[in-house]
Design a protein around this ligand. Structure first.
Ligand code: ATP
Ligand code: MG
Length: 423
């Protein structure tokens, strides 16, 4: 297994000493996947599309390589007050860097500093750099550069992104301290997210499976455009006419497709399932799992089944924070789309391009039936949001000590416990 791990080496003379560029071992390159032999992928022919690592090598010079001291300066030594979030793999800080040529205004950035870098964290960091080094779409977050130092004080891996002023969809749906997003803005966000995912699935020479679609990974720019983030779990889809790749289940409980959790069979249709979950989050303003509710309402996907889109009861599930300011026709269309995304049979789920079409229709219907709020940031919404109280999210693989039952329960409460198995 070790031979499949990523190796780091100085690739170009232009790179500063002591830093290393993300690189894959030859074995992983041949396999054409970012997880070495943890996953199987059919071998391609001579004319098969280039793999992400191959594409990355052509574009790696587009990413800036930062020194640790540059990023310390950018974040005032990772000042607690500049911390904007914490995920399973590290903390995110707001910072400011100098433009590449040193001229012009400083650039506001988000710096993600990975925690103790276990094997899983290491793989994810590489995948993030390689995928985001290659992928380019208005609905994907932009990675500006990275920092990799293996100094006396240990291994440091950091990522530098464009700063997203309006944080994440999760914050807007569930954090009561953050202004509620209007119906039209919700639709704009989910349509953008669908377009981003359609690009991953259908718009590249290789198919990219995102594998971690959830509301906290849908970041929002100053105009509430959706930007998908976190490509650490992304991987290339199957080659040829195979329907799936086989891999150890990785992702977030509550969002992962059942066949993937049960069999490890991963396909773009696993992402479509997760998309269906987020559609219901948008409609209801509820998390996938809310232990504080009556038993019958705790699991979002079970609860909504009692309110089918065609029934008169349907409108009862719509987020009360919308204060009835939504289009019922559009909401029903979206619920039906969500149901088809959540089909137990993966093959029956729609393609993301089909989801884009349906959501475009829903946007038009909403334009016709509601008129109160403008799409995008509402006039009364502050441009800079207060920092929401962050949930501490850890992953099984990255937790140094086993998590206490209490901690597990609290994470499960929000359906955020990560499935991370290393085979
Ligand atoms: N580029 C960015 N601009 C602004 N805020 C960001 C940016 N990237 C991340 N954040 C903030 O940091 C938070 C934590 O992000 P992170 O990706 O580390 O964890 P997560 O998505 O919440 O969980 P997980 O680790 O399970 O994916 C996000 O929810 C978001 O609020
Ligand atoms: Mg994230």
């Amino acid at each position: 297994m070790l031979k499949c791990f990523y190796i780091f080496k100085d690739k170009s003379s232009s790179r500063r000493r002591g830093e290393s560029a993300p690189e894959l071992s030859n074995e992983s390159r041949r396999n054409g996947n970012s997880e070495g032999n943890r996953a199987t992928r059919s071998t391609g022919s001579v004319s098969s599309p280039r793999s992400i690592p191959e594409m990355y090598r052509e574009r790696e010079q587009n990413l800036r390589v930062f020194t640790l001291s540059e990023l310390k300066e950018a974040t005032r030594n990772f000042n607690r007050l500049l911390k904007i979030g914490e995920g399973g793999f590290g903390s995110v800080y707001k910072g400011s860097i100098q433009p590449p040529n040193g001229k012009g205004d400083p650039i506001v950035v988000a710096v993600k500093k990975l925690n103790t870098l276990g094997l899983q964290g290491h793989r994810q960091w590489i995948a993030e750099v390689q995928f985001l080094g290659v992928l380019e779409h208005p609905n994907l977050v932009k990675l500006l550069g990275y920092c990799a130092t293996d100094g006396e004080r240990g291994i440091q891996r950091l990522l530098v992104y464009e700063y997203m002023q309006n944080r994440s969809l999760e914050d807007h749906l569930f954090n009561k301290a953050v202004p509620v997003v209007s119906w039209k803005t919700r639709l704009k966000i989910i349509l953008g997210a669908a377009q981003g995912m359609a690009y991953l699935h259908e718009g590249l020479e290789v198919q990219v499976i995102y594998r971690d679609f959830k509301s906290s990974n849908v970041l929002l720019d100053e105009n509430f455009n959706a930007r998908l983030s976190d490509f650490g779990l992304a991987r290339e889809g199957p080659a040829g006419d195979r329907s799936h790749v086989s891999t150890a289940p990785v992702g977030t409980l509550g969002y992962a497709a059942p066949e993937y959790v049960e069999t490890g069979h991963l396909s773009v249709k696993s992402d479509v399932w997760s998309f269906g979950v987020v559609l219901y989050e948008i409609l209801t303003g509820r998390r996938t799992l809310e232990r504080s509710r009556p038993v019958i309402e705790q699991k979002l996907l079970d609860w909504v089944k009692q309110f089918p889109a065609d029934s008169r009861r349907f409108s009862m599930i719509i987020d009360s924070r919308l204060r009835n300011d939504f289009s019922l026709i559009a909401a029903k269309r979206i619920a039906k789309l969500a149901d088809s995304c959540l089909n137990k049979n993966a093959k029956e789920r729609p393609k993301m391009s089909e989801a884009v079409e349906i959501l475009t229709q829903a946007v038009q219907e909403s334009q016709e039936t509601t008129s109160i709020e403008a799409t995008g940031a509402g006039a009364s919404r502050p441009t800079q949001l207060p920092l929401p109280k962050q949930l501490r999210k850890k992953t099984i693989a990255e937790t140094a000590r086993p998590m206490s039952p209490l901690a597990q329960a609290s994470l499960l409460k929000y359906g955020l416990y990560k499935l991370l198995k290393i085979s």
